[in-house]
Design a protein around this ligand. Structure first.
Ligand SMILES: *Cc1c(COP(=O)(O)O)cnc(C)c1O
Length: 418
């Protein structure tokens, strides 16, 4: 690797996915100059095709009214099924294990209704210390809903003192102490703050060894790492689609329920008519007849416009090939890491693991003695990144639309500001 613009441009020239950048609308500043957008971990960019996918649904709604449920080019009744196969590939699952529905936190609650069944002797939940706030609130409120107290029932998997990353060994130790009382392990993967990818297989096996259920929040994982959900076999996973999956602000979420639970009618759940047998759903008088697999957790008829945007995005992932995306991602983030380590400034420390197998595309850069004005200056210099108190900049070069030149320019501007 070389620390030159020339080298970055060569990498872009040789990038097998280079044409995909042009499939996205890249934000610009007030003068129309392109921004360096490194915030795909928060909100992915809009594919140019999305408008057309949405327009088709608007036109079909205008043309058919209610008949669009069956007569639209992509009929609305089974619309979620058009997404399932491509979505399943991205998370390494079987189609029966995956459904697009609701939003992430809603899905997390629905999954806990089924997979968090506390008893007096087994009521604890383990989450990582830096869990995303929404996940923590969801978990605490579930514990309280069942009549327990988070002070007794919620256990945090913490990094060693003075460090930022959690160690699997410490999770093992926690399970040695509390394992028999743990009902659920719920881990955010990758971690939104540190960018750390926790070992999905090992965590799942550890949880199951103690008869705990295991779930993952893949908000920062989906489209960014390959979780191989079927083979790694956690009980459930949830995610959103507006981060690395580029489906637009507040778009619908996704949910995985392992095949081993696909046909278990005894699992408790909160039900709605969209989880009911498709053949008899419109007879309206039947007792609840649950669909097999993840579809059986659906509640409502879904937002078609949002699903159209997800379809547009998944078509791009499918065309590029997720393995190719991951390959480029490793290179691009590796390049970013290399350039950052070339900055001669002792205040810079990359929190994210050095091992590419233990992270996705995001790097969390701690700048000691810095405050939020650093982030403001970066924004003024045309870099869109995000800031976490007290001193961390998160940057996530997204392999579908970010270039090696973006990464180079970002580091140059950061250097200049420092
Ligand atoms: C982005 C994110 C969320 C957001 O939840 P919504 O229900 O989509 O608002 C939740 N958890 C994690 C870990 C996230 O990264």
């Amino acid at each position: 690797m070389k620390n030159t613009l020339q080298y970055a441009k060569e990498q872009d020239q040789n990038d097998p996915l280079k044409k995909f950048r042009d499939k996205f609308l890249l934000p610009t500043d007030k003068q129309g100059a392109p921004l360096i957008y490194l915030c795909g971990n928060s909100l992915g960019l809009q594919p140019k095709k999305t408008k057309q996918y949405l327009q088709e649904e608007m036109d079909d709604w205008a043309k058919y009214g209610v008949e669009g449920h069956t007569d639209a080019r992509h009929p609305w009744l089974p619309y979620h099924e058009f997404l399932t196969e491509k979505m399943a590939k991205i998370v390494g699952a079987k189609p029966i294990e995956v459904v697009i529905m609701n939003s992430l936190t809603t899905n997390l609650h629905l999954m806990m209704v089924s997979f968090y069944q506390p008893t007096v002797s087994k009521h604890k939940i383990i989450i990582e210390k830096d869990a995303f706030p929404s996940d923590k609130y969801a978990v605490e409120s579930q514990i309280q809903f069942h009549g327990y107290n988070p002070e007794d029932s919620l256990i945090l998997w913490e990094p060693p003192k003075g460090e930022e990353l959690c160690r699997f060994k410490d999770l093992e130790k926690l399970m040695q102490i509390h394992g028999n009382e743990v009902a659920l392990l719920l881990i955010g993967n990758t971690n939104y703050y540190s960018g750390q990818l926790y070992p999905i297989k090992e965590i799942t096996e550890l949880g199951h060894l103690y008869n705990a259920k295991v779930g993952f929040d893949l908000a920062h994982g989906v489209g960014n790492i390959q979780p191989n959900l079927h083979d790694n076999a956690p009980d459930f996973a949830v995610w959103c689609t507006y981060k690395y999956l580029n489906s637009g602000p507040g778009s619908l979420g996704g949910c995985f329920v392992h095949e081993k639970h696909a046909n278990n009618p005894n699992l408790k759940r909160f039900a709605g008519w969209w989880g009911h047998n498709k053949q008899t759903r419109f007879n309206m008088r039947h007792n609840f007849d649950v669909l097999p697999g993840a579809e059986g957790w659906q509640l409502s008829n879904p937002a078609i416009l949002s699903m159209a945007a997800i379809r547009a995005s998944l078509d791009i992932f499918d065309e590029a090939g997720f393995d190719n995306i991951l390959k480029k991602s490793k290179k691009l983030t590796g390049h970013l890491e290399y350039l950052l380590t070339q900055i001669k400034n002792q205040n810079i420390n990359i929190i994210t693991p050095k091992n590419p197998e233990e992270r996705g595309c995001q790097l969390s850069i701690q700048v000691k003695n810095a405050d939020k004005s650093l982030h403001t200056k970066l924004t003024q210099a045309g870099v869109i990144s995000d800031w976490r108190e007290p001193d961390v900049i998160r940057v996530a070069p997204a392999p579908l639309y970010n270039s090696f030149e973006d990464v180079f320019t970002f580091v140059e501007r950061l250097k200049h500001i420092l």
